[in-house]
Design a protein around this ligand. Structure first.
Ligand SMILES: [Zn+2]
Length: 317
């Protein structure tokens, strides 16, 4: 009898011991299944610590963060008092830093609170045999798509036009182009867009430029959709170094009623209708607020955040 009791006790001890150790065996498996930031992510995100601090500070000050899709879908009278619409323009050098940017946002403000404007199919980059990032643009888009981020194209209409039509002025200097513009055209700018007034001769054949863009932009959008599976809602205009961009700027072209009213795109991030509501915070010249976000006053903003620029600021310290 004692022998049987003894055996039963040993059996119970065995079962309890098994349960005890199985607890430690199972838990790590559960932990591994959680979407944790791995060590390489931690290293990358630490190199964007200024952006991390920027979001932490602005969040603590009561700001909310939106993508352009949400902003444009909301009645202006219902916009939050403290709002940051986040715009990422993604060039080749930004791609590597777009992933930790995504990770930081995912951690601090959640998925889908910024718009990534990706420079897929830029005509100058496509012509450059040394340009190595084309497939990486697409990989990034497909990655962000899984997390329901707003993803739109970063485009250069003036380069699209020049590449397609090769106008005689494509080789002219900036001075010559500026003189041609000043003597013959004037912008008429309103709160919701602009139009060009021909005050002399239409030396650039502006109607032809706009009509060509009304063919090229839908073709661009169709290719974007074929490659990404996403529809185009709007663009952010690229500040290309093409000389004509200093005169007939991409942002000005896309702000024209003649293009906006054609139904090819809903907006460009530089549009008058956006600039009149959101104050522009651009990282282009590495301003001091990048590292001192406390200096930003309450208000409604468009933040242009290039992941590579924030990496450079961090590195320079
Ligand atoms: Zn750009």
């Amino acid at each position: 009898m004692n022998h049987v009791i003894m055996k039963s006790k040993i059996f119970k001890f065995f079962i309890y011991t098994l349960c005890f150790f199985s607890f430690f065996l199972v838990i790590p498996k559960c932990e591994k299944a959680l979407p944790v930031v791995d060590s390489s992510d931690t290293i990358l995100t630490s190199k964007l610590s200024d952006y991390y601090n920027f979001l932490v500070t602005m969040k603590s000050k009561g700001f909310v963060f939106w993508d352009f899709k949400t902003f444009l879908g909301t009645d202006t009278s219902k916009l939050p008092q403290k709002l940051i619409v986040i715009r990422h323009d993604i060039h080749g050098l930004d791609i590597q830093w777009a992933y930790p940017t995504f990770k930081i946002e995912q951690t601090l403000i959640g998925n889908g609170h910024s718009t990534f404007f990706v420079m897929l199919n830029n005509p100058i980059e496509l012509m450059n045999k040394n340009f190595i990032y084309e497939s990486d643009y697409l990989k990034l888009i497909l990655y962000l798509e899984k997390y329901h981020f707003d993803i739109q194209p970063h485009i250069s209409p003036i380069d699209m036009y020049i590449e397609n039509k090769h106008p005689k002025w494509e080789i002219y200097s900036k001075d010559t182009l500026e003189k041609m513009f000043t003597g013959n055209y004037q912008w008429e700018i309103s709160k919701t867009g602009r139009q060009i007034k021909i005050t002399g001769a239409d030396v650039f054949n502006l109607n032809e430029i706009n009509n060509t863009l009304l063919t090229l932009l839908p073709a661009y959008n169709a290719q974007w959709t074929t490659q990404t599976g996403l529809n185009v809602q709007g663009y952010s205009a690229h500040g290309t170094s093409t000389v004509m961009n200093a005169v007939l700027n991409n942002a000005y072209l896309l702000d024209q009623f003649v293009l906006l009213d054609a139904g090819v795109y809903e907006y460009d991030a530089y549009n008058s209708k956006i600039f009149n509501i959101l104050t522009y915070l651009s990282d282009n010249n590495m301003p001091s607020w990048m590292t001192k976000p406390d200096s930003i006053m309450p208000g409604r903003y468009q933040l242009l955040m290039h992941p590579h620029v924030w990496y450079l600021v961090n590195k320079s310290k």
